[in-house]
Design a protein around this ligand. Structure first.
Ligand SMILES: [Zn+2]
Length: 304
């Protein structure tokens, strides 16, 4: 009894515990991330230590999501939760308010995160159900913001898990280098293209457009939570014809018929932009695949 504990006992106990609460690693902090692109950046910072849990599958829109019981459980046990903010994951407001312990990191509005304002009087009001909403909450579509998000993640993780602080900061340095080369690649791809205005499904790309000097003509959906009506679709068709728009971009998180209706019978091409990464493998590479896909979809359609 006083001898050495057989190693398998603690290992089994760990495995059993791991199985009930579904945490992948023992020593790592229990981290929950709301959406796939943020999850990708946090996962890159945590590489070799543990894996964060993702709440919203990338095929779903975070604007119209409800929490499953298993997610609520993961959230209740979390040490750290990373999210965009109240304008993005509305479904998180109540569960997070009920959180007993744990740190919630809200990235929209955090120091060093740039904002892109949205004109609330215009035709492209991205409300997310908040009438006073004035900035584009898709903050991860700026690489400068992605760098800052990764930095905040590394700081937060290092503070709560000092033992792995060095790994987090090494991972951050690696991630920064990858982000630098992503930025150069996208600048090359998008600057060689004279990009005419285009139409997007919902007003999600202001950060990306500002960073790479792109100009969209309009967004079809006035709010990501409501399907655009017949009148709105007519307005967009009129604009498309009047300005000879070449490209209309659908999104996999929304019904394809909306964008298809707009281009039907016109010279415009129908293509796709995905701000979340519906078809991508979840993990550290998702962010890079997502951004490269956006750059490729835009340059292919607009220069084609
Ligand atoms: Zn959106």
């Amino acid at each position: 009894m006083f001898g050495k504990m057989p190693r398998y006992i603690s290992a089994l106990a760990i495995l059993a515990l791991g199985a009930t609460v579904a945490w992948p690693a023992l020593a790592a902090p229990k981290v929950v991330v709301s959406i796939a692109p943020l999850h990708s950046l946090v996962a890159a910072v945590m590489e070799g230590v543990g894996e964060p849990v993702l709440l919203v599958p990338p095929s779903a829109s975070p604007h119209a999501f409800s929490l499953r019981p298993s997610d609520a459980q993961a959230l209740a046990n979390a040490d750290i939760v990373f999210r965009v903010g109240a304008d993005m994951e509305t479904f998180l407001d109540k569960p997070l308010a009920a959180l007993a312990s744990g740190i919630v990191v809200t990235l929209d509005g955090a120091p060093g995160i740039t904002e892109q304002s949205i004109a609330t009087d215009g035709a492209s009001d991205h409300n997310h159900g908040h009438d006073d909403h004035t900035s584009d909450p898709h903050i991860w579509l700026s690489i400068a913001n992605a760098r800052r998000i990764a930095e905040i993640a590394a700081e937060t993780l290092g503070d709560s898990d000092g033992e792995n602080a060095q790994t987090y900061s090494q991972n951050l340095a690696t991630l920064d280098r990858r982000l630098d080369s992503l930025q150069r690649d996208l600048e090359t791809r998008l600057s060689t293209t004279q990009t005419p205005p285009y139409i997007v499904l919902h007003d999600a790309y202001r950060h990306f457009e500002a960073e790479f000097g792109l100009q969209r003509a309009a967004a079809i959906a006035l709010s990501p939570e409501r399907r655009p009506g017949a009148r709105r679709l007519r307005e967009i068709r009129d604009l498309l014809v009047a300005e000879d728009i070449k490209c209309v971009f659908a999104e996999p998180q929304f019904p394809n018929a909306i964008a298809a209706t707009v281009v039907d019978g016109t010279n415009a091409r129908l293509a796709e932009l995905d701000p979340i990464g519906a078809d991508l493998a979840i993990g550290p590479d998702l962010y890079f695949d997502l951004m490269n896909n956006l750059g490729r979809a835009l340059s292919d359609c607009l220069s084609g």
